[in-house]
Design a protein. Structure first.
Length: 554
């Protein structure tokens, strides 16, 4: 009976994982729409990700600071169930704020865009609270040894949300009728396509958040659950994170100030903006390397950060989330940006408009679903023989779901291209054999190779090289998480919270790539993705060495 109750509780819990995926992937459609509607540049459009993922960092940091101040874990006092309920209510408030924030907005009113960001920031704060709570909640609903498998299953549901989110949102905003680029631009300019549809969308999402909160509140089969781990102070880590936050606020604050005037940006100003974005990124890397160095000399006051595998893992989560988000979020600009006045984009493919890019964004995020469904196979404990067949069948079943959701949107050649990419991923799974180090090493290397191919080629080869990034990112989160908290003991809970903070990568890396696109071109800007996958490859080798030296099993 207890096992059955846990299954029912897990079914309830995974609803929030669906929400995260649906909204996060929908941003990839919302971003190019905002760029056209509000007449902003590529960097400004990526502030959607900055607001959304930055809220994850701020929310987790505030919880840590408050808990440190009162010397008591707030989430533990609330319980996992209440933590999710409060997070859903906060996200509902953000969704409802979208209506008054955009009331009466017309095409070209850039100032209204910043109110949109505030609403998204509030939604993200709620997601931060939900995610900080839901991950340990899923692990606690059964044997801890199978906790990562439950996370993979929840991740598969999350990825289903990422697959249908772009399609649903594109349908709501643009309708079902295909539009040419000129027709779409004219309709936006004439206010025939307005923010009213976005307002209605977020009102509906807000209602769904409230219904989900009610489901959690009234669910008798969902236990409250609390962590038994005592709160561990880490004043040096807290102070470092506060300093990092101030640097990031200073850098982005300056950049925002340069957009307040009506003057056309000069090359010098664009370069200065790029420099400040690089400083923000360097601050994250520098602060974590400082923690890595200082804690190795004197561990007192660093809490979980005294473990090098965690500090390097924080940077790995930062770059992983950053590359996962930035590849998808800049994809719309890659597909629709004209080059030299021709009807071709930088890849040499026909230009697509805001309404036409959704199937490709869905395909990218669907790639994450493919990998996560494979990762969830172990939950069902199949025999070795059956598992081998499932490793081949399940990815193509997931691919079939993507094709069904986007029926008739891809050519036969494009289906073949992605099928080949899926086959490469299957080969990676067979080679890795469920080992987190080998898995992360394999898919990081494949990610580097895919992004380099995308940079150096054109046409469908380049497009599907970039799209395959979703396939290779798909299984990284549980691998990084597992390796980062291995051997932390009583600091495991705190280490998990630090890792959630590093979802900050989704706030820093996409805007940086957006500004690289403004300065150097959108295809060239994908060098950012190469560097991210490159660090993940380095992290795998370095962390394996650290854990082996500590005698920690993983």
């Amino acid at each position: 009976m207890e096992n059955q109750n846990n299954k029912s509780a897990l079914t309830t819990l995974v609803t929030v994982f669906f929400f995260w995926g649906f909204i996060a992937a929908s941003n990839s459609v919302f971003i190019p729409f905002c760029k056209t509607y509000f007449d902003i540049d590529q960097f400004q459009s990526q502030l959607v990700d900055f607001a959304f993922y930055g809220a994850y960092y701020i929310g987790a940091l505030l919880l840590f600071i408050i808990s440190s101040t009162i010397k008591k874990d707030i989430l533990n006092a609330w319980g996992y169930k209440n933590g999710i309920i409060y997070g859903l209510l906060l996200s509902a408030i953000g969704a409802f704020v979208m209506y008054p924030a955009t009331a009466g907005a017309e095409q070209g009113q850039t100032s209204i865009f910043y109110f949109v960001l505030i609403a998204l920031f509030i939604v993200g704060l709620g997601f931060s609270l939900q995610q900080t709570t839901a991950n340990p909640f899923a692990i606690a609903l059964g044997d801890p040894k199978t906790g990562s498998h439950r996370l993979n299953l929840a991740g598969g549901i999350n990825s289903f949300g990422t697959t249908i989110g772009p399609i649903v949102v594109a349908f709501i905003i643009f309708g079902s009728t295909p539009l040419s680029g000129d027709e779409l631009a004219a309709m936006i300019k004439n206010n025939e396509i307005t923010l009213n549809t976005v307002q209605m969308l977020y009102l509906g999402v807000g209602v769904l958040f409230l219904l989900a909160a009610a489901l959690f509140y009234f669910s008798k089969k969902l236990p409250a659950l609390k962590s038994e781990t005592a709160f561990e102070p880490a004043n040096k880590a807290k102070n470092l994170l506060i300093v990092l936050t101030l640097i990031i606020i200073g850098c982005f604050g300056y950049i925002f100030s340069t957009y307040t005037g009506n003057e056309v940006a000069s090359e010098a100003l664009e370069n200065k903006r790029l420099v400040f974005l690089i400083i923000a990124l360097a601050a994250v890397v520098g602060c974590l390397l400082f923690a890595y160095s200082s804690s190795s000399k004197k561990s007192e006051g660093w809490g979980a950060m005294k473990y090098p595998q965690l500090v390097l893992g924080m940077l790995a989560i930062f770059t992983y989330v950053g590359v996962e988000v930035t590849v998808g979020s800049n994809l719309g600009e890659l597909l629709k940006k004209a080059v030299d006045g021709t009807n071709l984009n930088e890849l040499g493919l026909p230009i697509l408009n805001d309404a036409q890019i959704a199937p490709y964004i869905s395909l990218y995020w669907g790639g994450l679903m493919v990998g996560r469904w494979v990762g969830a196979i172990t939950v069902f404990n199949p025999s070795k023989g059956l598992k081998k067949w499932l490793l081949i069948i399940v990815p193509y079943v997931a691919f079939g779901v993507i094709l069904l959701v986007n029926f008739g949107k891809y050519s036969s050649n494009q289906i073949l291209f992605f099928a080949i990419c899926v086959a490469v991923q299957i080969g990676g799974f067979f080679y890795a054999k469920d080992n987190p180090v080998t898995t992360l090493k394999t898919f990081s290397l494949l990610g580097v190779l895919a992004m380099v191919i995308g940079l150096l080629t054109s046409g469908n080869v380049a497009l599907f090289a970039f799209l395959s990034g979703g396939l290779f990112c798909s299984i990284m989160w549980p691998c990084i998480f597992t390796l980062s908290i291995a051997g932390l003991g009583k600091y495991t809970s705190q280490g998990s919270a630090f890792l959630i903070m590093m979802i900050l990568g989704g706030a820093i890396i996409p805007p940086l790539q957006g500004k690289l696109a403004d300065v150097f071109g959108i295809q060239t800007s994908y060098i950012m993705a190469v560097l991210c996958f490159g660090y993940l490859l380095f992290y795998t080798f370095r962390t394996k060495s650290i854990l082996d030296k500590q005698g920690v099993t993983y």
